[in-house]
Design a protein around this ligand. Structure first.
Ligand code: E4P
Length: 217
């Protein structure tokens, strides 16, 4: 399973990329706004930090302007994935870009039918938002299961990119369902490392080790 980082905070991305476990980055207009930086500058910088795909989202709502924005974003680096919303114009843009060999991440997916359309439009990634579904009382992970079932019936190349992840349990559940990618807020990746018994066990090991007076080096 690949881990992307869901942020436009370059310091966080650099810190987590150093773990060697980061396979890509996703951004969205809200995350760019939160960074307080110009989109083209911040996306270019992120692309220099990670080798994998960096999703940069168009902000136009019509196909023609989406294509113009995508062309500009694609000039920034070789590892850009264009992110488009799951709308008629977004999928039209997805099809056009995918036909040209460009990776497209289709975002704001909330139903299996939408995921089927994105795959037919050639999306490299479909981003179902599990947390936002949970927020309205619908089990987001059921959507991941449905999409996985549907995609298994065909030879789509589209990868399931679990988005709107709120905690480690979402990551574990998505992994059990065989999702290809999860995009994680930095705090969720850090939380995955933690277990109180790990801390307790290490503490005991170190205390016993100190009593021996030995040193490996
Ligand atoms: C990722 O591509 C999405 O934009 C992101 O995961 C949305 O997460 P949120 O629902 O926490 O805003």
């Amino acid at each position: 399973m690949k881990f992307f980082i869901d942020t436009a905070d370059v310091a966080e991305i650099k810190d987590l990329a150093a773990t060697g476990l980061v396979d890509g980055v996703t951004t969205n207009p809200s995350l760019i706004a939160k960074s307080g930086r110009p989109i083209l500058e911040v996306i270019k910088e992120i692309c220099g930090v990670v080798d994998g795909p960096v999703s940069a989202e168009v902000t136009a709502t019509d196909h023609e302007t989406m294509m113009k924005e995508a062309a500009l974003l694609l000039k920034l680096a070789d590892n850009i994935a264009i992110k488009v919303p799951l709308t008629v114009d977004g999928l039209k843009t997805c099809k056009a870009l995918s036909d040209d060999g460009i990776q497209v991440n289709v975002t704001l997916c909330f139903s299996a039918g939408q995921a089927l359309l994105a795959a037919k439009a050639g999306a490299a990634f479909i981003s179902p938002f599990v947390g936002r579904l949970d927020d309205i009382g619908i089990n987001g992970m059921d959507l991941i299961a449905d999409i996985a079932d549907i995609y298994a019936n065909f030879d789509f190349d589209t990868e399931i990119l679990v988005a709107s992840v709120r905690g480690p349990q979402h990551v574990i559940d998505a992994a059990k369902l065989g999702a290809d990618v999860a995009t994680l807020p930095p705090a969720v990746l850090r939380a995955l490392y933690n277990h109180p018994l790990t801390d307790k066990g290490l503490d005991a090991f170190l205390k016993d080790w100190a009593k021996t007076g030995q040193s490996i080096l």
